[in-house]
Write a protein that binds this ligand. Structure first.
Ligand code: SF4
Length: 251
């Protein structure tokens, strides 16, 4: 897809503007694929490169999207006669570093990291995601096994997303509290926090299923449930607006 095709698609009226800002990026499970420009772009790329299934495909796609984005920026700046001022680049870079350092040290971020690592270690230890599910050598199509398989998929999908989304919230939160008007984005703060909470709630439901089904893993599931509960409490205390907030289209 080139720049003109992208602009035509964006102006076609076939897509809901910015819908991908509210989602958890799990396109396989999404009911809005036909209305999502982001999905359309990715699908288009896969179709045009359908024979290429090598390891570089993912990075090729990112590189192509970056080229498109840069071309678009060039066009927009030309059209609006905007001169990009680089004199403040160093200052911005330092500011970003300062905010990122704060984010890394944040207690809830560290709890998210501890959770993700513990979950990865757990799956590695019992190697139940790749080939085995909870000690069963062969997956059957029986309904309870499908539910457990789904629970594992949910936990794995959201394992790193919780930290990513909360870090974004924190970025907006710190800008707000530092009085950095240029980087303020109230919507992004609450939407990202909401996506983190959705990821936590779905992961908790999945851990409960594992707790309820496998006595061998009861203690592990309890530990993960407690970790997630603590992260959720922390997010809701820091961003009280997220309680009761509903995302457009998805909630
Ligand atoms: S809105 Fe749906 S299709 Fe689009 S990026 Fe998000 S999950 Fe994928």
């Amino acid at each position: 897809m080139d720049k003109d095709e992208l602009l035509n698609a964006a102006q076609s009226g076939d897509f809901i503007s910015g819908i991908y800002d509210y989602c958890d990026r799990w396109c396989e499970k999404c009911q809005f694929t036909k209305k999502c420009l982001n999905f359309h772009m990715v699908e288009n790329k896969i179709k045009s490169k359908k024979s290429r299934r090598d390891k570089n495909e993912f990075f090729d796609n990112i590189e192509d999207s970056l080229k498109l984005a840069l071309e678009l920026i060039q066009d927009i700046t030309k059209e609006l006669n905007i001169k990009i001022d680089h004199s403040e680049d160093e200052e911005i870079e330092q500011e970003l570093k300062r905010v990122n350092d704060k984010i890394k040290k944040n207690e809830i971020i560290q709890q998210c990291r501890a959770y993700s690592k513990a979950v990865s270690d757990f799956f590695d230890d019992i190697s139940f995601y790749f080939g085995k599910l909870m000690g069963k050598e062969k997956l059957s199509e029986d309904e309870s096994i499908s539910k457990e398989k789904e629970a594992v998929e949910i936990i794995m999908w959201y394992n790193y997303l919780i930290e990513v989304k909360f870090a974004r919230t924190l970025h907006c939160y710190l800008s707000e509290h530092d009085g950095d008007e240029d980087n303020l984005d109230y919507d992004d703060k609450v939407v990202s926090a909401r996506i983190a909470i959705v990821a936590i709630d779905r992961s908790m439901a999945s851990w409960y299923l594992i707790y309820d089904t496998y006595s061998t893993y009861e203690e592990n599931a309890k530990k993960f449930l407690l970790m997630l509960h603590k992260i959720k409490e922390g997010i809701e205390m820091l961003i009280p607006e997220v309680v009761g907030y509903k995302r457009p289209y998805f909630d």
